[in-house]
Design a protein around this ligand. Structure first.
Ligand code: FUL
Length: 472
């Protein structure tokens, strides 16, 4: 084999070698797909919508639940207009009320008067999601303040049977959300959950479903309910010795993840568009503004996490006009902000051993192609422009299929004379890192990764000029 062919083979095989060599955790195919979704909606809906409570006691009359104009297609149209990729609904909250006619409970839509007891929120929503090309997910609270079996071993059977009903009758379910809250049932007893069995049930029926909880196994809570991921955000987490709920890892660990964590369990940021999780009319004036939602996007998705934004249907069974307005406004801001990637007009390069080499992967818009940042001293990846461009935002993507490697980076923005205009330090990159700064005319964006576990794979360096009011 000639030397040239040998070198070509080595270069082609490098990504595969890097993947194989990696002892660090890497995402599963279902997790990778999840990372690509970025933003989707949460919907809290049930008796609390009609009682103005956040946690129902479980003894609410079923007749209370009567969303006379419920229209799951309206929810989906709103989700689409917002740019969300799916909807996760509270199939059962802590009050135990089932939004589907479960055979294993007497506290369900069937016992209500809504559509003469023939209504099924999950049937409507799962069908509407399919029609509108959205993913369908469910939240099912293990804590049940209504079920008579709660606090006994029989309840574990009930919960397993409910999971089976959900997955068999309403699937495919892309994400399952397990809440950490665990209080007392109607008889004052607490439940010892059989998590192993619950997990095995989900995996056996639907192996591609990503399961969320404080400790995953697939997606973790970000440690707060304000929608903010850690400025350092590792996709890895140590779970040994921890349990779901009160026995979970400390909230700051959940927020940042663990640099040497043994499992790939990325963070999801759940937050409500209103102060409460459920709809309350008196909060109509407190819906977050499009600008506030954009800032949340920067602090969640822009830090490598996913954003799960709660938009609760009202008593009619519709998304309220105030929420629709805010969501559409947010979608407009986001689309306008990231429409023109100015880096595409520049030239991607690698600088190493005092030599500069043109590369395409960094600004070809393809998240599957990447450039490797070696451990060479004074090396950099970057984008140079023939003519300086006004920019105030740089977006980086790490090729995380191979794991998360960058521990520390320096972003240098230079002018046409190669004078450094601004230096920005950061830690992790992950799936996406959005970095904003006051607008300046930049001729060169240089990314120096000076602290990494293994050579970092960067798939894109993008540059934008956002509306000045969005830069904080
Ligand atoms: C919490 C619950 O107790 C809240 O009611 C809400 O569902 C939130 C998303 O999770 O643990």
């Amino acid at each position: 084999m000639s030397k040239r062919i040998l070198i070509a083979c080595l270069i082609l095989c490098l990504p595969v070698l890097l993947l194989a060599q990696s002892e660090k955790p890497i995402p599963t195919s279902a997790q990778l797909r999840w990372h690509g979704l970025e933003f989707y909606l949460f919907m809290h809906f049930g008796p609390n919508t009609f009682t103005d409570k956040e946690w129902g006691a479980g003894n609410e009359q079923e007749a209370l639940f009567d969303p006379v104009n419920m229209d799951a297609e309206q929810w989906c149209k709103v989700a689409k207009a917002a740019g969300a990729k799916g909807i996760i609904i509270t199939a059962k909250h802590h009050d135990g009320f089932c939004l589907w006619p479960s055979k294993y409970s007497k506290h369900t839509v069937r016992e209500s008067n809504w559509r003469n007891g023939k209504g099924d929120v999950l049937k409507d929503l799962s069908a509407a999601c399919k029609k509108y090309g959205l993913l369908f997910g469910v939240y099912i609270s293990p804590w049940d303040r209504n079920h008579p079996d709660y606090g006994t071993e029989r309840y574990n059977d009930v919960f397993v049977n409910m999971i089976k009903e959900l997955f068999r009758n309403y699937g495919p379910i892309w994400e399952l959300w397990w809440d950490g809250a665990n209080g007392e049932g109607p008889n004052g007893k607490r439940q010892l959950y059989d998590w192993k069995r619950f997990e095995a049930t989900v995996r056996s029926i639907s192996p591609q479903t990503v399961v969320f909880s404080d400790i995953g196994p697939d997606v973790r809570w970000c440690g707060n309910e304000s929608g903010i991921a850690g400025a350092t955000n590792w996709n890895m987490l140590d779970t040994a010795g921890f349990t779901r709920g009160a026995g979970g890892p400390p909230q700051d660990s959940l927020n940042t993840g663990n640099i040497n964590g043994k499992n790939w369990i990325p963070a999801e940021c759940d937050v409500s568009i209103r102060p409460g999780w459920f709809y309350h009319q008196q909060q109509d004036s407190l819906v977050k503004t499009p600008e506030e939602l954009f800032q949340l996007y920067l602090k969640s998705v822009g830090r490598g996490a996913n954003l799960l934004l709660n938009v609760p249907p009202d008593r009619q069974g519709l998304i309220h006009a105030d929420d629709v307005k805010a969501l559409v406004g947010f979608a407009r801001l986001k689309t306008a902000a990231f429409q023109h990637d100015l880096a595409k007009q520049g030239t991607g390069y690698v600088f190493t051993r005092s030599k500069i080499k043109k590369v395409q992967a960094l600004n070809d818009g393809d998240l599957k192609s990447f450039q490797i940042s070696t451990n060479e001293k004074n090396s950099a990846l970057g984008i140079s422009f023939k003519k300086a461009e006004w920019i105030n935002c740089v977006v980086l993507n790490e090729f995380i299929a191979a794991g998360q490697h960058c521990k520390g980076f320096l972003l240098q923005l230079k002018d046409e004379q190669h004078t450094v205009l601004k230096e920005i330090r950061g830690t992790t990159i992950g799936n996406k890192r959005i970095i904003c700064f006051p607008a300046m005319r930049v001729a060169d964006i240089s990314l120096i990764i000076d602290d990494q576990m293994q050579p970092t794979l960067i798939s894109e360096i993008a540059a934008y000029r956002l509306k000045e009011s969005l830069i904080q």
